[in-house]
Design a protein around this ligand. Structure first.
Ligand code: GLN
Length: 202
């Protein structure tokens, strides 16, 4: 058996451990990334959910934001979930004024888009590129994607059953982002998809 690719999970803040476990269960070699040196050791990076304002602040404080931007510009595959989606977005609505992102994904996202009264919910969605089985998508104070650039591919929307036609998952070259949290469901298909992406681009 060949060894899976080495994939990092950005360990500044958020649900790091769940992503490490999901990646390991999907056949990758996972490790946490908390410094620029760690970043050099991985061929792909997951940016977990959490709180994007805190993540941005700590990334700047720890001298990680520029290395992350450089790694992304160098073509490192990155997958952002929820707050991680915000960290990869080029444009953020309802951001804190000093909030910064890694960027690269040509999308406009809105933070806490589902409203504070809808703190969290779960719904089945279908995702392009996966098999036909519905994906259990868990949303926690989630952003949505309000608009996308030409090179962005929309791979999932909330269906009419949820009362909206809202974009909740996208890819663009080696970047992928979801509004929801696959690491909380035990369904490994998004992590497997990202591992394939890392293999493809490295
Ligand atoms: N609302 C959070 C933010 O703006 C994201 C929530 C999450 O990652 N679960 O960063």
């Amino acid at each position: 058996m060949t060894l899976g690719p080495r994939i990092g999970v950005l360990a500044i803040q958020g649900d790091v451990r769940e992503h490490v476990q999901a990646l390991e269960s999907s056949g990758a070699r996972a490790q946490t990334v908390g410094s620029p040196t760690d970043l050099d050791e991985v061929s792909g990076l997951v940016i977990p959910g959490g709180e994007s304002t805190t993540m941005s602040l700590l990334a700047v404080r720890d001298g990680l934001l520029d290395p992350l931007r450089e790694a992304r510009q160098g073509g490192m595959p990155m997958y952002g979930s929820c707050a991680g989606m915000i960290m990869l977005a080029d444009r953020v609505l309802d951001a804190r004024p000093d909030q910064q992102t890694i960027g690269g994904l040509d999308v406009t996202v809105r933070r806490n888009a589902f409203g504070r009264q809808v703190d969290s919910f779960e719904t089945d969605i279908s995702i392009e590129g996966l098999d036909d089985r519905a994906f259990p998508a868990v949303f926690v104070r989630a952003p949505w994607v309000e608009s996308v650039g030409e090179s962005v591919r929309v791979i999932a929307r909330l269906g009419e059953s949820s009362g909206a036609d809202t974009i909740v998952a996208v890819t663009q070259g080696p970047l992928m982002a979801t509004s929801f949290h696959p690491e909380l469901t035990g369904d490994l298909r998004i992590h497997e998809m990202f591992i394939e992406m890392v293999r493809h681009y490295s």
